[in-house]
Design a protein around this ligand. Structure first.
Ligand SMILES: Cc1cc2nc3c(=O)[nH]c(=O)nc-3n(C[C@H](O)[C@H](O)[C@H](O)COP(=O)(O)O)c2cc1C
Length: 270
């Protein structure tokens, strides 16, 4: 963890935070401020209270920002809370693929715009309710953010899409930014890590790094849509990959039609 000085520096690099973490993480539901004379009750959860335990979603700079949008919408639809980390490089892919300039200081507005778009880029395709504390946003440069520590509650992490640079960083434990650090923390804590890698072809180096991630306990999930689920629109292909990522995380969803043992379901009109 960085000291307050380092934290200020990181925030200055990445722009001011506009979410509740902007002025330090908001207290978790069920937590209490530290009482120096009563250390036994710090972070105690009262009966009936529940602690917020989010999925961390990391968006890195590979092509495929519609995959991330589909995963985020489905997590929220399943009633899950989400801590979102958007890498610096992914701002370029997001700009390229949606026209949205993602800004730390206006993340809620920009995220709402992003999640409302279909995979074809059409605005207003979906409705995204981002009010409340369901989504927390952390700057990628904020190495003192909640998800940088194993003691921060989290169910696990999905990296969607994962660049080969991100794969390398996580495989090597570089922790060059919050996204990579949160992934390393997820592995060391033995939590589910889903890595939706997007690149083709894959170099031998990346393949070896993917094996290392698999051996470390991650689910390596290539962003490769299937055609047996009756896709008729680009959104169906995106939702298939997002749905498989959620399957790997154990989160229920209705994103694609599952295989039922009958050939012919992949043809249009069935
Ligand atoms: C428009 C665009 C598309 C890209 N697509 C991919 C991709 O599909 N896969 C990949 O591994 N890198 C891709 N890159 C390169 C990554 O953004 C780059 O390696 C970056 O360093 C990744 O950083 P990050 O992992 O911190 O997000 C793309 C870059 C741009 C600008």
């Amino acid at each position: 963890m960085q000291a307050a000085e380092g934290r200020k520096e990181a925030e200055a690099c990445d722009g001011a935070r506009s979410s509740s973490p902007a002025s330090g993480p908001a207290p978790l539901a069920g937590s209490r401020p530290a009482a120096p004379d009563r250390l036994g009750v710090v972070n105690a959860v009262k009966p009936g209270e529940t602690s917020r335990t989010p999925w961390i979603v990391g968006v890195s700079g590979a092509s495929g920002t519609p995959y991330a949008a589909a995963v985020l919408r489905a997590l929220l639809a399943a009633g899950e809370s989400v801590d979102l980390v958007v890498s610096r490089a992914s701002r370029l892919t997001l700009l390229d693929e949606t026209g949205i300039s993602f800004r730390d200081a206006h993340w809620r507005e920009d995220l709402r715009d992003w999640l409302a778009r279909g995979a074809d880029g059409k605005p207003g395709t979906f409705e995204a309710d981002l009010d409340g504390d369901a989504v927390r946003y952390w700057s990628a440069g904020d190495l003192a953010a909640g998800p940088s520590s194993g003691s921060y509650p989290a169910k696990g992490m999905l990296i969607v899409p994962a660049s080969t640079a991100c794969v390398a960083g996580v495989a090597l434990g570089l922790s060059k930014d919050l996204l990579q650090r949160a992934a390393s923390v997820t592995l060391k804590e033995g939590r589910r890590l889903v890595v939706a890698v997007r690149e083709t072809p894959l170099s031998g180096q990346t393949l070896r790094q993917l094996v290392a991630l698999d051996e470390a306990g991650a689910v390596v999930l290539p962003a490769s849509p299937a055609f047996y689920a009756g896709a008729t629109h680009i959104q169906d292909l995106v939702d298939f990959v997002a749905g498989r990522a959620l399957d790997a995380a154990g989160v229920p969803h209705l994103l694609y039609r599952r295989w039922e043992g009958e050939l012919g379901g992949g043809t249009s009109g069935t």
